[in-house]
Structure formats: C-alpha cells, structure tokens
Design a protein around this ligand. Structure first.
Ligand SMILES: *Cc1c(COP(=O)(O)O)cnc(C)c1O
Length: 391
C-alpha cells in the first residue's frame, strides 16, 4: 500500500505548503529594498506572534543559537545564575551557562515532572543575575508554569532577568510576556511556525538591553545590540537565511488567516489547536492502556508516552516508521527505549491525530501484543473533539 511520510516529531514539524512555495520563490539579495520590506514585515509579525511590545530579533541559527545569545549577551564570567531543569533542554542551560563562565545554581525536577515552586523560591538568591528555564521541556513533554515562576521572582524582589526557552512553548501555550515580565523569550523555526530548521527568534526587554551595556561575556555573531541596530534599518548584521524568512512570513500570514487575518487571534487559535490535539492524543493512548510519561503537567507541544515495563519504545518508533512511514521521536538520553514522543505543535490538525491513533492501535496490538479492540483509541479522541469543538 502507499505510505505517506508523516512527521510527528517535536521539531522538525510538518511544513506548511504555502511556506514551501514562498521559500522556493525567495530569490533575492539581502541588501535590497525587497528584502528590507520582507524583513521588517516579518519582525512586526513576530512581535504579535510572541505577544510583546519588546524588540523581537531574528537570528539565522537553530534555537540553541538564541539560547547561547541570551547567555553571552546577558552575563559576565563569574556571574551567579539560577537554572531550572527538568530534562535534556534544561540541562542545555546548565551546559551553556557553565561554558561561558557563569556559576549556575540548579533546581531540578525528575524527568516527567515540573518544579516544586517552593524549592525554586528557596533557591533564588539576591546575587542571581538571571534565571534560565524552558516553557515546555520537549524531552519529557512537560509544561512549566512560567507565570508562577515570573511572579515568584518579582515577589522575591529579585533583579534577576528571566530567560525563557519557549522554543516549543510558543504556539502551544499562552504567554503574557510584558505583563509577567519575561525578559527574553526564545522561539525556533522548526517548531510551531511550520518551516524548516535554521531560524531562531527572541524577544528582548528594556531591562535586558540595559544589562547588555555592562555584561562582559564574549560575543560576535550573536551580538544582539548589533542585530538590533541593523534590524532598525530592516537588515540583519550578516547574510540571513533569506528563504526561511520568506517562508516564515508566509507561515505567519497563514496563522493570521486562521482568524480572518488577525495574527493575535490566529496565534490563540494555533495554541488551542495544539491543546485539543494533545488532549485527544492523551485520551486515545490512555484508552489503549498506555501510561503518560508526564501526567501531572502535560505539554500541548508534544506527548510523551511510557511503554509498558519490559517493552522497548524503540520498537514502537521503528514499527511506526516501517508500517506507516510515520516518524515519531524516541526518548532522549537515558529516556531512550522508555518512552516515545509525538508532536502537536504547528501544522497538525485533528485528522492527523486520528491517523496517529489509528496507527497506534495496530502497533499496540501487533508490536506490543496489548489486548486492543480496534476503534478504542480513535473513539476516545473523538469524544474529546466532540466535547471541545462546535459542529
Ligand atoms: C528544539 C528545542 C530546542 C532547540 O534545539 P535546536 O536543535 O538548537 O533548534 C531548544 N529547546 C527546546 C525546548 C526545544 O524543543
């Protein structure tokens, strides 16, 4: 039978056709009025997508480039910082801050869980220059409560800058960037904005710009003050990923199109889309007898599913690929073999969820030998869809 390749990985995610056409047609030089018009339009759209009055910058790099930029621009060697980590991406903050000479205090939550806020509060010290955290920890599919963390920092009277990796949080959770006081919020192109890897974007608060005037870590390619100066003229400091920027513009137009051209409402619709698909997926997989890896604070960006004791999640990932050309993600690091992950962020619709659950019924039965009644997972997802959307 024909098998269509379907990406269900939490980055890269499925590509929006309109963005692919825009990328193919983006034959332009980056020091021209045509590009400046495109770049300025996309930066304006990104401010609405992120939901902030702060500057939003666009970098030609994967998401980690913007994470590195946050560390190098906002810190000096020897700075004490607080890292909140609950998985592989949290651990990246620890590695990055250490690589640039910071001294991180680390609050960790076990894989599959979010932080104990009292523990965060107790760990926060007046000398901390910045707090680094994920909005959603993609390796475990956990959502962290950024609003509560931001509030806790404010209430403690801390001057620490709040730096949030929202690479899978943007487009899957609601943020009030300026209201909560998020100083840096980072996104990546291969996640909810439906285009290939290669772009990172980040919002930068006034407090963060002020801090940059005196911080001493080395930076060159990721010099945010230089990018800000160039962005004011509609350009980037170096040759940008022009085609990806054209694709991003088309994707943000599409997201706005979900709400009659209103990008702010379109963003909310995109978040709700991910949330309904995530809830339907969880219901379907639980109905099949699976255990969620992150039951207490599940992210809408992706779902992590534990396989029953004695079974290997690699077999599920392999079987989905072999039988249905469906690409799911295994666990990362120590979690490999223990869980698999499927995404809901970006260009996924309800019928993608139904397709996934239909495939999982076959895999649960044939690969894992679970007692499956066909329709079980699909029906549970349909109940969620029926109760959350109007006909
Ligand atoms: C995908 C992802 C990243 C960025 O990874 P890159 O490979 O550098 O794009 C960072 N944080 C989270 C939470 C992610 O999901």
């Amino acid at each position: 039978m024909i098998r269509k390749t379907r990406l269900y990985t939490p980055g890269p995610t499925p590509l929006l056709p309109a963005a692919q056409f825009a990328m193919a047609a983006a034959d332009m030089h980056h020091r021209t009025p045509e590009f400046r018009a495109l770049f300025q339009k996309v930066l304006e759209q990104l401010k609405i997508f992120v939901g902030t009055q702060n500057d939003v910058l666009l970098l030609s790099s994967s998401g980690t480039g913007a994470m590195e930029a946050a560390v190098t621009n906002l810190t000096s060697p020897g700075d004490k910082v607080l890292v909140l980590t609950a998985g592989k991406f949290g651990e990246r903050w620890t590695g990055l801050t250490k690589a640039f000479g910071c001294v991180p205090d680390v609050v960790s939550a076990p894989y599959g869980q979010t932080f104990d806020l009292a523990e965060v509060r107790a760990a926060l010290k007046p000398e901390h220059k910045a707090v680094f955290v994920q909005a959603t920890e993609t390796s475990t599919a956990v959502r962290h409560d950024i609003e509560a963390i931001a509030k806790l920092i404010k209430e403690a009277g801390s001057q620490a800058l709040l730096v949030v990796d929202g690479i899978t949080g943007l487009g899957t959770t609601h943020f009030d960037v300026d209201g909560w006081g998020i100083d840096v919020l980072i996104g990546g192109s291969q996640k909810a904005v439906m285009i290939p890897p290669g772009l990172a974007y980040l919002s930068v608060s006034e407090r963060a710009w002020t801090a940059m005037e005196t911080t001493k870590n080395p930076r060159y390619y990721f010099d945010l003050r230089k990018e800000r100066k160039n962005a004011a003229k509609g350009e980037s400091a170096y040759t940008p990923a022009v085609a990806l920027i054209a694709g991003l513009g088309a994707a943000l137009d599409y997201i706005a199109g979900q709400a009659g051209g209103d990008l702010e409402k379109g963003r909310i619709a995109l978040v709700n889309n991910a949330q309904v698909n995530a809830e339907a997926t969880r219901a379907g997989l639980v109905a099949l007898g699976f255990t969620l890896f992150a039951p207490t604070a599940p992210a809408a960006a992706a779902t992590a599913v534990a396989v029953p004791e004695g079974m290997d999640s690699s077999d599920v990932v392999k079987a989905l690929k072999m039988r249905f050309a469906l690409v799911a993600a295994n666990g990362q690091g120590e979690m490999r073999g223990k869980l698999f992950r499927v995404a809901h962020l970006g260009f996924f619709d309800y019928l993608d969820t139904i397709a996934l659950l239909g495939a999982m019924e076959h895999i649960a039965k044939d690969t894992l030998g679970l007692p499956v009644k066909f329709g079980q997972a699909v029906a549970a997802a349909q109940e969620v869809y029926a109760s959350t959307t109007k006909a």
